[in-house]
Unconditional design. Structure first.
Length: 130
């Protein structure tokens, strides 16, 4: 449904699915929930419900942090940063992108560090052109 652009239907289908998945997995902190929560955030975003999208992204970020999963955390911080930028909150967007750089730096992964620094630089360029 999500891939077909049927965002309202996808959201309506995935909301109860999240509850069922949490019950089936026996935890709200299971890595398998990340994709579903991300889809919910994207569906809410596409429907123009940015506060709800942010709520789902916050849930996904907490999941990634609890699991110590840098991939989930970095991707979620990026999405939150884009949402903040689009909402006009430059300071929050910059803070989120800087958090990504700090995580990449701590990981010791030079490629990841270069990627996060590049996205921060792109944000800076976009902010300056506003």
């Amino acid at each position: 449904l999500h891939e077909a652009g049927r965002f309202a239907e996808a959201l309506a289908h995935n909301q109860p699915l999240l509850v069922d998945a949490q019950s089936a997995f026996g935890s709200a902190q299971d890595a398998r929930l990340s994709g579903l929560i991300n889809n919910l955030a994207q569906n809410a975003y596409e429907l123009g419900d940015h506060p709800k999208a942010q709520q789902y992204l916050a849930q996904r970020l907490a999941l990634g942090q609890a699991l110590h999963d840098d991939d989930i955390v970095l991707d979620t911080l990026f999405q939150q940063g884009v949402l903040a930028h689009e909402g006009g909150d430059s300071a929050l967007a910059r803070s989120l992108f800087q958090q990504r750089v700090a995580i990449a730096h701590a990981s010791g992964d030079d490629d990841l560090l270069a990627e996060t620094e590049a996205t921060l630089a792109e944000l800076t360029e976009r902010e300056q052109s506003r």
